[in-house]
Design a protein around this ligand. Structure first.
Ligand SMILES: *Cc1c(COP(=O)(O)O)cnc(C)c1O
Length: 379
């Protein structure tokens, strides 16, 4: 185990600089077009990107917006979700999912997660529906689809809208169809570290419904279709033209990025096969695009020590997410004491995300896996 001295490149949790260096000439050209025309707001690259995004997903309409959190809020506003309404979601996600529900005045109602996929457990969904339920907001976590066909089916039977939070799975498929095309509307984030990342904050909304498309677009732009004529209450959430220009370049390579992530994941699976932990489950119904490669430890209390050990060997790691939404102080709700969502609570103590990005190589994956196996022992 003297490999730490022989590793040729520093291991990073996410490596955007190497990726962007490879794409620099193309990125520079697109950015320069925006700068030289000063069309920073609603310049042509925005509409061009929207068409490319819609084509990529196989959906009629795409709308760029300022970030993935706004996208969720705009979607909820466009579906008239408001105070007194309940929105069913997962407690095991980035805070933005719950935040958006609360920001429109509605109440999040959590359904526990599937132990294997970490996504909202569709078996528990029906029991959570009440007369106040207005929408279901599943998240496709870590790059893998929730059981989205069953979720939309149950939603349909109850006359509910589905909003897919597709911030982590843009490009993943479920039963041969891209995720983000199952619900009434889907949202994504182009935060730099996402699989398709901009050079700052950016996000998007997707729908097949023409009337909803116009409403979403208006709400994201101050509720106005005609300048200074405000028909709806909106917000300022336009997509910057500069971000659209960057995304136009990177979208062309998204499938290659996702393939590179999957190759790294295959390497981890192979090298961690005998380690005393659980590698990510892959649902045979879909393709996993590994926004995160997240392992599950077998015991509480191992994680911090393992992270320290890895760090001492130059291996960064991260926890997505250490506190489930129902335990966040900001979202406190008496309905969810400790023990109310047991799977999410247990999983949040045991998951660990390893370095995952397009530039990770076999040598690094093997090195990281060997260190983990050395620390945890074999199965
Ligand atoms: C990143 C993310 C968001 C928020 O996106 P921003 O662009 O950072 O606002 C929302 N939901 C999930 C699941 C995310 O991972």
């Amino acid at each position: 185990m003297k490999m730490s001295e022989t590793l040729t490149r520093k291991i990073q949790l996410v490596d955007l600089t190497t990726l962007h260096a490879r794409l620099k000439p193309e990125l520079d050209e697109e950015i320069e077009k925006v700068v030289s025309t000063a069309g920073f707001i609603n310049g042509p690259a925005v509409g061009e990107l929207e068409c490319m995004l819609a084509g990529y997903l196989g959906i009629k309409y795409a709308i760029g917006c300022a970030n993935g959190t706004d996208a969720l809020q705009v979607a909820l506003m466009a579906l008239d979700v408001k105070a007194g309404d309940e929105v069913i979601t997962t407690p095991f996600t980035f805070a933005a999912t719950t935040e958006a529900i609360l920001l429109v005045g509605a109440t999040p109602r959590y359904v526990d997660i599937d132990e294997r996929t970490f996504n909202l457990d569709a078996n528990l969904l029906e029991a959570a529906i009440t007369p106040k339920t207005k929408a279901i907001l599943p998240v496709h976590l870590y790059g893998q689809a929730a059981e989205i066909d069953r979720i939309t089916h149950i939603a349909c039977e109850h006359g509910l809208n589905v909003i897919e939070d597709n911030a982590q799975s843009f490009g993943a498929t479920y039963k041969g169809k891209k995720v983000g095309t199952f619900g009434r509307v889907s949202t994504t984030s182009f935060f730099p570290a996402k699989n398709l990342g901009a050079f700052g904050d950016a996000g998007g909304l997707f729908t097949d419904d023409e009337a909803l498309y116009f409403k979403l677009k208006m709400i994201a732009q101050h509720g106005a279709k005609i300048r200074y004529t405000h028909e709806l209450l909106g917000i300022n959430s336009r997509l910057d033209t500069l971000q659209a220009a960057v995304l136009k370049v990177k979208l062309k390579y998204l499938d290659a990025f996702n393939d590179a992530r999957r190759t790294a994941a295959d390497g981890y699976d192979k090298h961690l096969a005998s380690a005393n932990l659980r590698t990510p489950y892959r649902d045979a119904n879909g393709t996993h695009i590994f926004h995160q490669y997240t392992v599950t430890l077998n015991e509480d209390g191992q994680r911090e020590e393992l992270q320290k050990f890895l760090q001492s060997h130059g291996v960064p790691s991260s926890v997505h997410y250490p506190i489930p939404s129902h335990w966040q102080t900001a979202f406190h709700d008496d309905l969810y004491p400790k023990g109310s969502l047991p799977v999410a609570e247990r999983i949040s103590q045991r998951v660990l995300s390893l370095p995952m990005h397009t530039e990770l190589d076999e040598e690094q994956v093997q090195f990281i896996s060997e260190k983990i196996t050395a620390f945890l022992g074999k199965k």
